[in-house]
Structure formats: structure tokens, C-alpha cells
Ligand binder design. Structure first.
Ligand code: HEM
Ligand SMILES: [Cu+2]
Length: 615
């Protein structure tokens, strides 16, 4: 074994059992109420980088990889934001962005959509929060395959590079819409039909490959590397959310992968997986026999679960934030876990609600409308549980809590319009209008973003050891929340009056005159919301220099990530002894307890006489 590997012999300390007899019940001593079964898996050897490159660049520490994912996803998100600004400039003030043609608009819509969904939100929740939080929250030293984890980030890095390179190739990026529907994607006449779509497919393939390496880590770390006493039903909901989302991703991304591969073959080799016999400019092309609808099925078999790949981590994280900042146990923990798992499972049976206008059999539509509406049940249960958790809680109305409340409001709003769109007869006239744009931005754009922001304010003291400034945080929140509503609320109305989505220009049609002023207003709001995000960047820079030191466990939380021997946690997380877990992370305000929180590592003998939950 190389000297860069350090054997954590702390495992010996773990196996020093207080229990005397070898098999079964045996004779325990009085203090044995604190007994916890030994872990099934022994402690882990870790690779310690020595040079700058192995410590910070090709680093194998999940925490560093998490931050790397976070930063690169954020950078890509800023690109997506700038694209949205350009689009809003055109929509609010046609012609103001002088260089922008209709082709550019299509390319920007496409890149904005794909970037925001995949390269920003997915990478940020799973790669960013997943890497940073999973090992800490389950009491592991690191992910189980640190090397693979490092390769996962670098695949993502190359995927982003390939994606952004498409801005610089002949023809520019693909402009087929983020849904990439063939035959349009491939046919000449669509912007980026040559290089653009090829690079998009390659980038997606790299993303999926990289994600799979990371995903294996998240799953197996949760299943195999939990510390002593960390049963599945004692895991924070954050871990449940990320874990379930990863399961979904492992099942859904392959559909995207094969879709992208087959599309590449159609594009490059002239196969006809998705290409029917087609006439272009009076000429019959070589393609025949393929099915564009098959691509739609593959895309949405990935695309709908993708919504939950983003939403489930957000559900988990927001549950934990609400619990900590209202000093109450999360209401209905088990129900919350099963709702996450249930929503995850159901999300594989609803994909064709994105295809109501593709001409399907009415019974098929009926089936998918029914399954879609059924998802509202576990989702509504979660919303009730968040609200009941807040009810009579000792709510700290700090910035973290504001983001959580903002999330609940936005999410409910987007969820309600989802119930509209889930019904075939309502969806058909609203399909491809701004109503849809309003719906999905509310539910999977703004709502998860609110959780990300709350999570940043919550965990920043852990990552950097300092509190972000609350006043700046409040400005950031209110501008973003009110601004986002100003953008998306009026869009519902635009949808009702029939403004189509993905249109570069629409003022020639007289019936849309009432949309002109509204579009200007929306665009102004979009500029403000985008600019408000720089308050956070400023806040982070300021805090790193002069922020208030947070010390350990500043929010008085119970979960393990706050209980590391040093803050911020070092490589290996736990010094030489892994933590031992005795309870769930939600023991707040327990009657009879000395303090209003009881950490997961507090042994039962310390809480005798209190009314802690049995977990
Ligand atoms: C302030 C932030 C944002 C603004 C101003 C914004 C604006 C826009 C605009 C103007 C469009 C084009 C509408 C059209 O012409 O059809 C669009 C499309 C889209 N946006 Fe956003 N957006 C924002 C954030 C997000 C986020 C966070 C997501 C993540 C889910 C997202 C996902 C999408 C998707 C998937 C599309 C559809 C792309 C397509 O039709 O191919 N956006 N957005
Ligand atoms: Cu869907």
C-alpha cells in the first residue's frame, strides 16, 4: 500500500464492544442501553493528496468534488441565465438586441433549457449537495469509490466543455428546443443541425457516463457505508431525497443515453431510427421507416423522472431546513420517506403527459392523466407535513427559513397548474403556450432554486466556517421571490390569451396587443432577478473575508454533518473515530431535555427521563 494511503485503524475503537457474551442476547451490563451493533463494513482507506494537483484538482475527497461540481454547475447556470436575459430582451423589447436573429433565439432557448435542467440543477443537487452531504450525513469517511467519484466530476467537466464548444462551431449550437425532437433536430434548416446537435449528443453521453460513476457512489455509500447505528430510518430526509433521485437517474438516464446515441447515428451515419421517409424542399431524403415518436417516448421516459431528480433532493433538503429552523421534528418522517419513494416510483408511469398532442389513443391519454393526477397525492402529503411541521414551531424567520417558505409557495403554485396540464382536455389548448412555460419554471425552475439558496445559506457556515450576511441575504431573497413571481405569474395569462412558446417575435398579431406591456414588465423583472443573484456572489466574497465566524454546529442541528471534530470537516471527516448514532436527526424541543436539540450521537443514557422519539 502506498504511503499516500492511510489506514484508519479507528475501526478497532469501534469494535470495542461493551457487550460481553459472544452470541445473541448475552448478559449486558447496566450501561448497555447505549449499546449499538457494530457496523457491517470495516473502516475505509483513503487516498491523501500531497501536491496541489492531487489535493484540489484531481481530488478524491467527496467534499472537494462536491464544491467543484457546485462551482462548475453554477458557472454553467450563469451562462443559462445570460441566455435567458438575451431572450427576455428580445421578447420585451423586440430588436433591442441588434445582433439577435430568429435562429439565435432558437439556439438560446435550446441551450438555456438544457443547461438549466441538466447541467445546472441536476449537477448541482446530486453532484454538488450529494457529494458534500451524503458521506457526512451518514457518518462515512468519504464516498465508497473516491477515484471513480473524481473521474465523475471530470467527465462532467468535459461534458460542459463540449456543450459550450458548440457556441463556437460552424452553425452554432442546436436550436431544436431542449426536447431535441427529430426530425427537426437533424434536418437542414434547423439551426445547428450539423455540428450543434452532434456536440449536444456527445455532451449528453459524457454527462450520463459521468453521472453514472457519481451515482454508483451515492447509492452504494448510502447502502454500505453508513456508520454504526445509522439505520435507513434514521437518515436525514436530505439523504433520502438524494438517494431516491439517484435511483431515478440511474433508471432514466439510460433512455436519454440511447436516444442521444441513436440520434447521433441518424445524424452521422444516416441510419433511420427516428427519421421517417421525408421530403425536404421537394427532394426525398435517404431516410425511411424511423419513428420520431419513438424518440419522444425515450426523451420523456427520461424527461419526466428528470423533474423529480431535481425535485426529490429539494424535498429532502427543505424538510431538514424547516425542521432545524422551526425547532420541531419533521412531521410524519416515515410518511415523508415513503412519499419520496412513492413519487419516485410513480414518476416512471407518467411520461406521456408531455405527448398529449402527439396524436395518441384517447385511452392512452386517459391512463397517463390518471397516473399524473395520482402523483398529486403523495406530493400534497409532503406539503401538509411541511406546514404541520411549521405549525406552532419556534420559527426562526431567518434567510434560510424565508427561502423555505418561498419554496412552499412557489411549489404549490406550480403544482396547481400541473393539475390543470395533467388533464388532456385542458392541456391540448394550452400546450405550447406560455402557460406551460409559467408552469414548469415555477415548479422545477424557481422552486428548486429557492431550496438551493436556502441550502447555501444553511450549509455555508459548515463549508466555510462563517455565516453569510443576513441583511444581504434578505435583499437577495425578497428581490428573487417577488421578482420571480413578477416574471412567471403574468405568463399564465399570456398562455391563456394564446401566446405561443418558443416564438422569437409575435407583435404582428393584433390579438396580442395586451401582451406587449406585460412582456416589457416581465423582461424588466427578469433583469432584476438575474442581477439579484450577484448579491449572493458578493455576499460570499465578503463573508469569506470578514464574515462572522460560525463555530461548530451554529444552527444547533442534530445531524452528523455538524458534528465533525473540525469545522470545516477535514479529509476523512471524523478524525480517528467514526461517530456512533443513537437516534434520528429530528429530536428538537423534547420535553424534559436539557437543551432544545439532541444530536444523533447523544447516547440514550444522557436522555433518560425525556420523551425522545423511539427511532
Ligand atoms: C430568472 C431565471 C429564468 C428566466 C428569466 C428564464 C427565461 C426563459 C425564457 C425566456 C424561455 C424561452 C421561452 C420560449 O420562448 O418558449 C425559457 C425556456 C426554458 N427555461 Fe427558463 N428561465 C429562467 C430560469 C430557468 C430555470 C432555473 C430552469 C430550470 C428548470 C429553466 C428551464 C427552462 C426550460 C426547460 C425552457 C424550455 C426550453 C425550450 O422550450 O426548449 N429556466 N426560460
Ligand atoms: Cu412530466
Amino acid at each position: 500500500m502506498s504511503d499516500e494511503y492511510e489506514n484508519k485503524t479507528g475501526y478497532q475503537a469501534q469494535s470495542s464492544e461493551t457487550i460481553s457474551s459472544g452470541s445473541g442476547g448475552g448478559s449486558r451490563t447496566a450501561s448497555d442501553i447505549d449499546y449499538v451493533r457494530p457496523a457491517e463494513v470495516t473502516d475505509q482507506d483513503l487516498y491523501h493528496g500531497h501536491s496541489f494537483i492531487t489535493k484540489w484538482v484531481f481530488c478524491q475527497d467527496a467534499k472537494v468534488i462536491g464544491v467543484q461540481y457546485f462551482l462548475l454547475a453554477t458557472f454553467t447556470g450563469v451562462v443559462g441565465l445570460i441566455l435567458s436575459w438575451l431572450m427576455r430582451l428580445q421578447l420585451g423589447f423586440p430588436g433591442a438586441a441588434g445582433f439577435m436573429t430568429a435562429e439565435h433565439y432558437y439556439q438560446f432557448v435550446t441551450m438555456h433549457g438544457m443547461i438549466m435542467v441538466v447541467y445546472f440543477l441536476t449537477a448541482l443537487f446530486l453532484g454538488g449537495f450529494g457529494n458534500y452531504l451524503i458521506p457526512l450525513m451518514v457518518g462515512a469517511r468519504d464516498m465508497v469509490f473516491p477515484y471513480l467519484n473524481m473521474v465523475s466530476f471530470w467527465s462532467f467537466f468535459v461534458a460542459v466543455g463540449v456543450l459550450l464548444a458548440s457556441f463556437f462551431v460552424p452553425g452554432g449550437p442546436t436550436g431544436a428546443g431542449w426536447t431535441l425532437y427529430p426530425p427537426q433536430t437533424i434536418l437542414e434548416g434547423t439551426p445547428g443541425s450539423g455540428w450543434g446537435i452532434l456536440l449536444m449528443c456527445i455532451s449528453l453521453i459524457l454527462f450520463v457516463a459521468g453521472f453514472t460513476m457519481g451515482g454508483l457512489n451515492y447509492l452504494i455509500t448510502v447502502l454500505q457505508a453508513r456508520t454504526r447505528g445509522m439505520t435507513l430510518m434514521r437518515m436525514p430526509l436530505t439523504v433520502w431525497g438524494i438517494f431516491t433521485a439517484t435511483v431515478l437517474a440511474m433508471l432514466a438516464f439510460p433512455a436519454l443515453l440511447v436516444g442521444a446515441l441513436m440520434m447521433t447515428l441518424d445524424n452521422v451515419l444516416g441510419t433511420s431510427f427516428f427519421m421517417p421517409t421525408i421530403i425536404q424542399a421537394g427532394e426525398i431524403l435517404e431516410y425511411s421507416g424511423g419513428s420520431p415518436i419513438l424518440f419522444q417516448h425515450l426523451f420523456w421516459f427520461f424527461g419526466h423522472p428528470e423533474v423529480y431528480i431535481v425535485a426529490l433532493p429539494a424535498f429532502g433538503i427543505v424538510s431538514d431546513l424547516i425542521s432545524v429552523h422551526s425547532r420541531k421534528n419533521i412531521f410524519g418522517y416515515r410518511m415523508m420517506v415513503w412519499a419520496i419513494v412513492g413519487i419516485g416510483g410513480l414518476s416512471f408511469f407518467v411520461w406521456a403527459h408531455h405527448m398529449y398532442v402527439s396524436g395518441m389513443n384517447p385511452w392512452f391519454g386517459f391512463f397517463f392523466a390518471t397516473t399524473t393526477l395520482i402523483i398529486a397525492i403523495p406530493t400534497a402529503m409532503k406539503v401538509y407535513n411541511w406546514i404541520i411541521t411549521l405549525w406552532r414551531g419556534n420559527i426562526r424567520l431567518n434567510v434560510v427559513m424565508l427561502w423555505c417558505l418561498g419554496f412552499i409557495v412557489t411549489f404549490v403554485n406550480g403544482g396547481i397548474t400541473g393539475i390543470f396540464l395533467g388533464n388532456v382536455s385542458v392541456d391540448v389548448p394550452l400546450s405550447d403556450t406560455y402557460f406551460v412555460v409559467a408552469h414548469f419554471h415555477m415548479v422545477m425552475g424557481i422552486a428548486p432554486l429557492m431550496v438551493i439558496m436556502g441550502a447555501v445559506y444553511h450549509w455555508f457556515p459548515l463549508v466555510a466556517g462563517r455565516f453569510l450576511n443576513e441583511t444581504l441575504g434578505k435583499w437577495h431573497f425578497w428581490l428573487t421571490f417577488l421578482g420571480a413571481y413578477s416574471i412567471y405569474f403574468p405568463m399564465h395569462y399570456l398562455g391563456f390569451i394564446g401566446v405561443p412558446r418558443r416564438y422569437f417575435e409575435m407583435y404582428d398579431s393584433p390579438y396580442m396587443t395586451s401582451a406587449v406591456g406585460m412582456n416589457e414588465f416581465i423582461s424588466m423583472a427578469a433583469f432584476i432577478v438575474g442581477a439579484a443573484q450577484f448579491i449572493l456572489i458578493f455576499n460570499i466574497i465578503k463573508t469569506l473575508k470578514t464574515g462572522k465566524p460560525a463555530g461548530s454546529n451554529p444552527w444547533k442541528a442534530n445531524s452528523l454533518e455538524w458534528l465533525t471534530p473540525s469545522v470545516p470537516p477535514e479529509h476523512g471527516n471524523w478524525g480517528d473515530k467514526l461517530p456512533v448514532v443513537h437516534r434520528w436527526p429530528y429530536d428538537f424541543n423534547v420535553p424534559g431535555a436539557k437543551e432544545d436539540f439532541i444530536t444523533q450521537t447523544t447516547p440514550p443514557s444522557d436522555v433518560v427521563g425525556t420523551e425522545v422519539e423511539k427511532t
